[in-house]
Design a binder for this molecule. Structure first.
Ligand SMILES: [Mg+2]
Length: 380
């Protein structure tokens, strides 16, 4: 039995979840191993961990046409980030050379964490915790309590278990559990500047879209970031990214949103962030889109991740192109694709996320319900 076949072995009981099944296999079930085709012939396409079953068709597809415009706007960004996350997850930590030899062009499964199709990671989990909390208004203690639930109980995870929590997030959630004030829980050392706050800041853009007081806007983003990442390098990335997303929500074209976000940061953050501004010189030069791919780093350091995500977004003309570009940079593929995918989802809209990807998302109905609730609350 090959390694790939083993991955389909029924002993791997984490697959017994409520994932959508291939409707054409005529076997809709909670248990993928009950798939009739699999039982009879163990077809090659099922055993190949690199591809989705080509017969897949969701049994319960998301109907975009029935959504109201506000829900659509929110679902665009949220599903945009989620889809980037699960597209990148199977190849997380793979090098760029691996991706050049074996580029991701379609949805994959298994890989790095041996997860099923459409399973997303901490990037999405924490974004959904934040979204849910913001439905009741902005309250750092409530966000912190949802993060604790995520770590302890697998709250807002596809399988009920947090499987890839970053070091900084783990430490700050430990601080929250010890009862420290939430805004003092984030890690301050310079080494704690992974992309863990940037990858979950997108919902703040919806909350702050119509905030006219720049100081309030900046403070709230800084605080949400500080729950886990309290260093100015991380905060500046979150401010810039949130502003880019807000500009896209206000219908700026990508390059204008980019230019406006740069103006915003230079105008409002130059003094306070003077020490860390030089790290972002390439982002703030306004020329990321002409940077050759060889110069784009794609690791977990927040500056790299922001550059890589912006580069992928600015260099693309479609949602799929944006997230695949991000994934094929290699390294921190799930986070970079989810950061890029959040912007791509807002700009191109949920109707332009490939249907077979969107419908593969684990817990898609729950996510959609949350988007609807959030739309009712933030756009009331
Ligand atoms: Mg992740």
């Amino acid at each position: 039995m090959s390694a790939l076949e083993e991955r389909w072995s029924p002993e791997e009981n984490e697959f017994t979840t409520k994932y959508t099944q291939c409707i054409q296999c005529a076997f809709v079930t909670d248990e993928p191993f009950s798939c009739e085709l699999y039982q009879q012939s163990k077809p090659e396409f099922v055993l190949n961990s690199q591809r989705e079953c080509p017969k897949f068709k969701s049994n319960n597809p998301i109907i975009i046409s029935s959504m109201d415009d506000k829900t659509k706007e929110i679902a665009g960004g949220i599903f945009g980030l989620c889809t980037g996350d699960f597209l990148g997850l199977p190849v997380e930590f793979g090098t760029r050379t691996e991706r050049i030899l074996d580029p991701v062009t379609e949805l994959r499964a298994y890989g790095t964490y041996n997860q099923y199709f459409g399973v997303w990671s901490d990037d999405t989990s924490l974004s959904l915790c934040l979204t849910e909390s913001l439905c009741e208004g902005y309250n750092p203690s409530d966000i912190a309590s949802k993060f604790i639930k995520y770590a302890d109980e697998g709250y807002w995870t596809p399988n009920g278990k947090a499987f890839d929590m970053g070091r900084t997030i783990k430490q700050s959630i430990e601080n929250m559990k010890e009862g420290k004030p939430p805004l003092l829980c984030g890690m301050k050392p310079e080494e704690n500047n992974g992309n863990g706050a940037l990858m979950r800041i997108l919902p703040a853009a919806y909350l702050l879209k119509n905030e006219t007081d720049e100081k309030v806007k900046i403070r709230i983003v800084e605080e949400i970031c500080s729950l886990t990442h309290a260093h100015p390098i991380s905060k500046l990335a979150c401010i810039f990214y949130t502003e880019t997303a807000i500009r896209l929500l206000k219908k700026d074209l990508p390059f204008l949103a980019y230019a406006n976000a740069i103006d915003f940061v230079l105008k409002h953050c130059s003094r306070m962030y003077e020490m860390v501004m030089p790290l972002y010189s390439r982002v703030f030069s306004g020329t990321l889109q002409i940077m050759p791919e060889s110069k784009v780093k794609s690791g977990g350091f927040v500056v790299e991740s922001l550059e890589a995500a912006m580069w992928s977004f600015l260099k693309s003309n479609k949602y799929a192109e944006c997230v695949l570009k991000a994934v094929n940079l290699g390294e921190d593929t799930d986070s970079i694709a989810s950061i890029a995918g959040g912007l791509g989802g807002i700009y191109y809209g949920i109707e332009n996320i490939p249907e077979n990807w969107l419908n593969m998302a684990a817990r898609k109905e729950d996510i959609l319900t949350l988007c609807k609730t959030f739309a009712d609350k933030v756009y009331k």
